[in-house]
Write a protein that binds this ligand. Structure first.
Ligand SMILES: [Zn+2]
Ligand SMILES: [Zn+2]
Length: 98
């Protein structure tokens, strides 16, 4: 690994999407506006439970899919994926209190 070299590229970041099911680059969209690879166009995201305990509602916006929580408001896709990882991975664990 090279050190001191920026590995994160900022430019073009918003355009580069990855399939949430397999992490390949997303080239297609599902009916709900979710960007996926060509193999997962018929997949649907599992329901995501927000950190507050409510279910998130997936919506398709002008800039791609996002999620809405009745308690917390709108969440961008990346944030929702973080929450999904948190809530699906440790369903019965204590959740971090901000
Ligand atoms: Zn995929
Ligand atoms: Zn919430």
């Amino acid at each position: 690994m090279m050190r001191g070299f920026p590995t994160k590229k900022v430019y073009g970041q918003s355009k580069l999407s990855t399939c949430p099911f397999c992490s390949r680059s997303a080239t297609q969209k599902t009916e709900t506006g979710l960007e996926v690879c060509h193999r997962h166009t018929n997949e649907q995201l599992q329901e995501i439970k927000c950190t507050c305990g409510r279910w998130l509602e997936q919506r398709a916006g002008k800039y791609g899919p996002y999620f809405n929580c009745l308690n917390c408001g709108n969440l961008n896709f990346g944030k929702a994926m973080e929450i999904k990882a948190l809530t699906s991975g440790m369903a019965e664990r204590k959740r971090p209190i901000p």
